[in-house]
Write a protein that binds this ligand. Structure first.
Ligand code: PLP
Length: 283
């Protein structure tokens, strides 16, 4: 892993080492979290499902009415990819509404959106996780990939004290998702995952896995699920662009017997891994 002083980034379209970037504290990303982001994985220096990430980025921008030239955004992302010096990793990229002359909830007319991104090396390998179940304290539009992630941060740091790397969140017993990933589990051979809505981020890995599962003739249910349903599951895993599929080893506040060799989960790991290695688009 590189030292963070060597990270290559971009700010408003200018490529430089991240340590050389100067960003105003009046950026609305800093004062209000008035910004959205994407994490786009690359494998063998090729983006994995770039278009799906770009569509979600554009949906997030629309939802917050942040105006920016999308072609410029795409060009910046591909320009960053040209500077990749690792085989595998990801690009973090965020767009804020802009930089205010002085902090004010109501945006100035004519603000120019502000972009910031960087490249990080990443080793895509299967990682087993310990989990804590916590209340979902987030706002009503978790389907927007906003940088405002305070409830996720609080929950995950609370869970870390119990040697957990992730959380599963619920609202009145209804499972939503994890702190930085989506959740899947297997009950009697059927794959289950909470249906999308305003309380869940539409994960790209989730979407790809569901497509693969269906095209491989496996059964999947997208529905409302309760924490109690986890008690009936033989395996649980989380999905995200950086974790791919991360099997859950144990849940510290739920008494469960999870099988890390459960065949449906292992088949999902294998088909996603194959897709990842074969379907990264060429430059
Ligand atoms: N849910 C949340 C809250 C996330 O933060 C993330 C990723 O950061 C995901 C789900 C997974 O999304 P993706 O598969 O697009 O990385």
């Amino acid at each position: 892993m590189v030292s963070n002083t060597d990270i290559i980034g971009t700010y408003n379209g200018k490529i430089d080492l991240v340590r050389n970037l100067a960003i105003s504290p009046f950026s609305r990303a800093y004062t209000f979290s008035d910004s959205i982001y994407e994490v786009i994985p690359f494998y063998n220096r090729n983006f994995f499902y770039f278009d799906k990430h770009f569509t979600r980025l554009s949906n997030s921008l629309n939802a917050l009415a942040i105006e920016i030239n999308l072609q410029k955004v795409k060009d910046e992302l591909y320009e960053l990819l040209k500077h990749v010096i690792y085989q595998n990793g990801y690009i973090y990229y965020q767009i804020s509404r802009g930089t205010d002359p002085i902090r004010n909830h109501i945006q100035d007319d004519g603000l120019e959106a502000e972009t910031f991104g960087y490249i990080l090396e990443h080793d895509y390998k299967t990682q087993e996780l310990n989990i804590k179940i916590v209340d979902d304290l987030r706002w009503g539009r978790c389907d927007i990939k906003s940088t405002s992630l305070l409830a996720n941060v609080m929950g995950m740091n609370e869970a870390k004290k119990e040697n957990c790397q992730e959380i599963i969140m619920h609202r009145d017993g209804l499972i939503t998702e994890a702190g930085a990933s989506n959740i899947f589990f297997v009950i009697d051979g059927i794959i289950c995952t909470p249906a999308l809505g305003n309380n869940i981020l539409p994960g790209i890995t989730r979407e790809i896995l569901i497509e693969l599962v269906r095209s491989n003739g496996m059964e999947i249910r997208e529905d409302k699920f309760l924490i109690d349903d986890l008690l009936k599951s033989q395996s649980i895993w989380l999905t995200s662009s950086t974790k791919c599929i991360a099997p859950v080893r144990k849940i510290v506040n739920l008494d469960l017997n999870l099988d890390l060799n459960e065949p449906v989960m292992n088949r999902c790991i294998a088909i996603l891994d194959k897709e990842f290695k074969s379907n990264s688009i060429n430059l």
